[in-house]
Design a protein around this ligand. Structure first.
Ligand code: GTP
Length: 357
């Protein structure tokens, strides 16, 4: 089966981490967000994926020169201007000549959904498209999907107030499509899935939806990226390939060079990390080649590849970007984000900020 993975957005909610790298190429506990999505698709019978590229397409193409990842064959559909979600899928269908039922997923959604069940339901209901739904506590930040007992979608309510929300089921960013669902749209035209394609299909009674049990997260904000990383680390995601990685990542890589005393409790420590002297690392993810200097403390945080946490520095509940330097004595806390290759001023205090803002 084929799938289209949408990875062309600007990732503005994750800036400055996405200034020169698309969010789907950011590592999430040892492998990139995209590789996690590909592995999930593979486990549900997808053997070919069209990556719908827009923002920084070369980064993807250079990362997978063999046109393959996680046992999935890759092909690329490159937009010269952003085509929005449905325009991107329309171009991908045309580029890859998709001519049978296919899956579409947002490349920033990590879930344990049983996509095989979604496809089965779609085939049974004989609609043109089927939306995966997930329940949320507060639907007022999302588009709510209203469907009947058979799953036929009747309407959409955009960002309802908590009191007026007809349901707490939202569009989870995973769909099954028939290729004909999009043929009325012109190739190369920007089109929104949520505002145009879905309402039209619903009007024609050809749109279905299915509530999917399991873990779901939109990893497109610093807070959610941190949360999913820690959830994977702690094994909070049951019954999916997201948790299967856990057993492999718990192991402290033997190439880590150790200092005199280490506390790396419940942490993921990637290849080539260096602990210089006595460090205190708890409940955190250190991607490859990270250096933690003597007396530094890292808690509930993600430190991306090659970053350095200087002597006596504290990083808590924050993300430190690729190759960034947190100098000696600095403090980075409360959901802060330090961009790739940023070099903070020695002894600075970053509290709940994005650097550069
Ligand atoms: P923000 O800028 O932070 O809102 O993120 P985004 O636009 O990158 O992502 P959003 O959550 O709005 O989009 C959902 C998915 O669709 C993400 O995986 C995006 O990469 C992707 N996407 C959004 N717009 C486009 C587009 O115009 N073309 C393509 N190919 N993908 C898109």
């Amino acid at each position: 089966m084929k799938a289209v993975v949408l990875v062309g957005g600007f990732g503005s909610r994750l800036r400055p981490l996405t200034i020169d790298v698309p969010k789907q190429m950011i590592p999430v506990v040892g492998v990139t967000m995209l590789e996690r999505v590909l592995r999930h698709l593979r486990s549900h019978g997808v053997d070919e994926v069209v990556l719908a590229l827009g923002y920084l397409p070369d980064v993807f193409q250079e990362a997978f020169p063999g046109g393959e990842s996680m046992g999935v064959k890759l092909c690329y559909s490159v937009e010269s201007e952003p085509l929005d979600t449905a325009g991107a899928v329309r171009l991908a269908v045309d580029t890859a000549q998709i001519d049978s039922t296919f899956l579409v997923v947002n490349g920033d959604i990590l879930s344990s959904f049983n996509l095989s069940n979604l496809v089965k339901f779609h085939r049974k209901s004989k609609g043109m498209a089927t939306i995966a739904l997930t329940p949320v506590d507060d639907p007022s930040r999302f588009g709510v999907v209203v469907s009947d007992k058979q799953g036929r979608v009747h309407s959409f309510v955009e960002k309802p107030s908590l009191d007026n929300a007809p349901t707490n089921l939202i569009n989870a960013g995973a769909y099954v499509f028939e290729p004909e669902a999009l043929t009325s749209a012109q190739v190369g035209e920007p089109i929104s899935m949520e505002r145009l394609v879905f309402p039209e299909l619903a009007k024609r009674r050809e749109l279905f939806a299915l509530e999917m049990p399991g873990y779901w997260i939109d990893a497109g904000t610093p807070a959610s990226l941190l949360r999913v990383s820690l959830d994977i680390l702690k094994g909070n995601i049951k019954g999916s390939d997201l948790s299967a990685l856990q057993s492999a990542t718990e192991i402290l890589d033997p190439s880590v060079s150790m200092g005199s005393f280490i506390s790396a409790e419940g942490s993921y420590v990637g290849k080539g990390c260096v602990f210089e002297g006595t460090v205190d690392v708890r409940n955190s993810i250190l991607e490859g080649g990270v250096t933690i200097c003597s007396g530094a403390t890292v808690r509930d945080s993600v430190i991306l590849p090659g970053a350095v946490v200087g002597e006596g520095a504290l990083v808590d509940s924050s993300i430190v970007g690729h190759g960034a330097i947190v100098p000696a004595g600095s403090i980075v806390v409360n959901g802060s984000v330090v961009s790739r290759y940023a070099e903070l001023a020695p002894g600075c205090q970053v509290v709940g900020e994005r650097i550069p803002s």
